[in-house]
Design a protein around this ligand. Structure first.
Ligand code: FES
Ligand SMILES: [Fe+2]
Length: 466
């Protein structure tokens, strides 16, 4: 009988959320949170977003985690084992042995490959089963175990987990090849969905409140100044700029997000008070899903005279589940974290998988909306069999655009906000113009052109005292 009843409205939680927005004491209508956006958040094998990730080289572990015993990992909802055989080759295999499913994390590393502890089957790094000891000739089958290619680069191990015939070349990101910069690897685990961690870089306004105004000043006091924020999209990459007016200086900070979940940000010790040009990333990172409800940031922190001449970074604090700036792990006591919330608390507390239908995005959330749209486009392109845009695939030098520039330009007497926007456009124009050059020629060109901006008649106004 009840089968004939129509579905009551209150069971449609998303609709209930929408219709109850202005009801005071209306918790009843919001008691059930609307479900997550599965297209953007679910990453297991065969899901649209999981397939999207599987078109790129992604980091899966730090090199130092792979020792003389196999290293178990969970990536994109798959349990895997990572190892380095005695010949120095890296392998990434499905965790469960092809014979009777014992876990290869208990296997033995050999000169060539990894041997299962249970009945001794021996696996090569490409999944070839080299030995099936004691099996009769009849029962010895030609089998391949699940395997993925691995590349080691600057202390991180990258895997390509997509269809073999679509494997792109391995990219060499420009910021990883700069003179005077050393890339130090680290990772941090998060007990929540990957997207809410990845979105943080495209949420420039959180820095004003979370990092300066609400409880503590985490970095510099100038982070609490309301910036002018702009967004740029170019060659399928998206950029958020934060432009601060600090007395007679203009600080233009550019952060970027590149598919599938790669992003870079400038120095956390930057204050915007001293003239500088085209300073590059202090963090080069990926947000990689372990599964739908767990992920990690796996990354490099940049050290060296080119990025950190005054030595703000603490190399000894960068590594396995640790990094050298506050609030990135849940390691502090709960009450301390309540009184001093930081990135970890804000992002993980959105829930195991954030419910977008329960959010109310506003003008400060343009970057988050941009990122979700871009992801959806990429996910759907993969689903419909379209190739990924060439600019997102590998080249000899994969150009990125993260930067900090601080220009000595005093406030505009009439409309400084518009003035800051115009200066930001001028900075980004120069940064993009450099794309026709490579290596140090590119950065020399960009720095020289950025230095000219303060003399540009558009910005050299009557208050100028340079
Ligand atoms: S279960 Fe691995 S060899 Fe038998
Ligand atoms: Fe932050």
């Amino acid at each position: 009988m009840s089968d004939d009843l129509p579905t009551p409205d209150y069971i449609d939680t998303a609709r209930s959320y929408r219709s109850s927005k202005q009801i005071t004491f209306g918790g009843y209508h919001k008691a059930k949170r609307p479900p997550e956006d599965t297209e953007l958040t679910h990453v297991g094998p065969g899901t649209p977003c999981g397939e999207f990730f599987r078109r790129y080289w992604i980091p899966v572990a730090m090199t130092e985690q792979v020792t003389d015993v196999p290293h178990r990992v969970r990536i994109l909802g798959e349990d895997l084992v990572l190892f380095k055989d005695k010949a120095g080759r890296y392998g990434l295999l499905h965790l469960h042995c092809s014979h009777r499913n014992a876990s290869l994390e208990f296997g033995v590393i050999e000169n060539k490959g990894l041997r299962c502890c249970y009945h001794g089957w021996l696996y090569d790094v490409d999944g070839t089963i080299l030995e099936m000891p004691a099996q009769s000739a009849q029962s010895r089958k030609k089998l391949c175990h699940g395997a993925y290619p691995v590349e080691e680069y600057l202390g991180l191990l990258f895997a390509y987990m997509g269809p073999p015939e679509l494997k792109p070349d391995f990219p060499k990101w420009d910021t990883t090849q700069l003179d005077g910069v050393e890339m130090v690897p680290y990772f941090i685990n998060y007990p929540c969905n990957w997207l809410q961690i990845c979105e943080n870089t495209m949420d420039p306004w959180h820095t004003v409140f979370l990092h300066a105004r609400v409880t503590d000043i985490h970095f510099g006091d100038t982070w609490g100044i309301a910036p002018v924020t702009e967004f740029y999209e170019r060659n399928h990459k998206i950029y958020a700029t934060l432009t601060y007016r600090i007395d007679d200086m203009i600080w233009v900070r550019t952060q970027e997000t590149i598919s599938p979940s790669f992003s870079q940000v400038g120095a956390w010790w930057e204050t915007g008070r001293e003239e500088k040009y085209f300073k590059r990333a202090s963090i080069t990172k990926w947000t990689i899903p372990h599964d739908d409800e767990n992920c990690m940031i796996i990354a490099w922190r940049s050290f060296g005279p080119n990025i950190d001449p005054e030595g703000h970074g603490k190399r000894e604090e960068v590594g396995v589940n640790t990094v050298d700036f506050p609030g990135q792990t849940g390691a502090e006591p709960y009450e301390y974290r309540q009184r001093h919330p930081n990135d970890y608390e804000a992002q993980v507390s959105q829930g195991a998988i954030n419910s977008h239908a329960a959010e109310n995005l506003g003008s400060t959330d343009k970057g988050v909306a941009y990122l979700r749209r871009k992801l959806r486009r990429g996910i759907r392109a993969v689903q419909s069999g379209n190739p990924l845009p060439e600019s997102e695939r590998a080249g000899e030098e994969f150009l990125t655009h993260v930067q900090d520039t601080v220009l000595p330009i005093p406030p505009h007497p009439a409309d400084d906000e518009q003035f800051l926007k115009d200066v930001t456009d001028a900075v980004m124009d120069v940064v993009f113009q450099g794309d026709s050059l490579g290596g140090s020629k590119r950065s020399d060109f960009i720095v020289e052109e950025l230095k000219k901006i303060k003399y540009d008649p558009r910005f050299f106004h009557k208050n100028h005292n340079a």
